[in-house]
Design a protein around this ligand. Structure first.
Ligand code: NAD
Length: 262
């Protein structure tokens, strides 16, 4: 018996980076997975097959756009139909845009808020009723160190992630007397495509080699001077899904190499 045998998880934004690390960690514990996120069909088919073969679990895929509420509701229905239920919901999909607030494109603000904040509301709204019916569920929202503190030029992202922590607390209170828990993980820098783009932009802007830009990025915020890994975020998600974590409710757990201790 593995810890999550028989459970079903929906992990948004799981075709890359942290979401994929979480999907792998949950699958390794026996959990069936609905993958979501963008990417070329052959790449997604490979991910699906590999996850299913390596861990002997069922793996479905839904390409719902997390900026579209009706597609999010349909994704939860799809998971329930194909995999039988949704026990674990990981709201992970996220995007970034960097610009001073007075130059921030309105369309980018709307997109960042939609994908990083509103999508979690829509997914929770769709998945929570069946969790409450069975009196067991785990909702894990992937926020950020930027849910706890701010940085310049990230108004939409910081607002969305702070908002996500607020949503996490409300859902935790509304489910406090049930077997459903809702928590947030707040990663510091994790070396994924989302962060690689910021490193590349910095290297170009400051005329630095990429390795130097990477060091500068860590030096500025993350005292450990090391990246957090998707595997570490996956392991914490698995822990939050365990019975040992049943009384962790409404928490914002930093995994940030000391970033928010400063
Ligand atoms: P990533 O770019 O590697 O992956 C993002 C995933 O989300 C991909 O699967 C992508 O296809 C999917 N996605 C993007 N827009 C989508 C949409 N509209 N609909 C559906 N799927 C969509 O990024 P990542 O670094 O793995 O980030 C994952 C989460 O972790 C995000 O919420 C991000 O804010 C958060 N986070 C990342 C870091 C970091 O340092 N990488 C730090 C803190 C928090």
């Amino acid at each position: 018996m593995r810890a999550l045998d028989g459970k079903v998880a929906v992990v948004t934004g799981s075709t890359s980076g942290i979401g994929l690390g979480i999907a792998r960690a949950l699958a390794a514990q026996g959990c069936a997975i609905l993958l979501n996120g963008f990417g070329e069909a052959p790449m997604i088919a490979r991910l699906r097959d590999r996850l299913a073969d390596e861990h002997g679990v069922r793996v479905a895929y839904d390409g719902a756009d997390m900026a579209r509420p009706e597609q999010i509701a349909a994704m939860i229905e799809h998971a329930t139909g194909e995999l039988g239920r949704v026990d674990i919901l990981v709201n992970n999909a996220g995007i970034q845009h960097v610009a001073p607030v007075h130059e921030f494109p309105v369309e980018r603000w709307d997109a960042v808020i939609a994908v990083n904040l509103s999508a979690a509301f829509h997914a929770i709204r769709a998945a929570l009723p069946q969790m409450l019916e069975r009196n067991w569920g785990r909702i894990v929202n992937i926020a950020s160190a930027h849910g706890l503190v701010a940085s310049v030029h990230k108004s939409a992202y910081v607002a969305a992630k702070h908002g996500l922590l607020g949503l996490t607390k409300v859902v935790a209170l509304e489910t406090a007397t049930t077997g459903v828990t809702c928590n947030a993980i707040c990663p510091g820098w994790v070396l994924t495509p989302l962060v690689q783009k910021q490193i590349d932009d910095r290297a170009a802007r400051e005329g630095l080699p990429v390795a130097e830009a990477k060091r500068a990025l860590l030096a500025e915020k993350q005292p450990s001077q090391e990246f957090v890994t998707p595997e570490q975020i996956g392991a914490l998600t698995v822990f939050l899904c365990s019975e040992a974590a049943a009384q962790i409710r409404g928490a914002a757990l930093p995994v940030d190499g000391g970033w928010t201790a400063q």
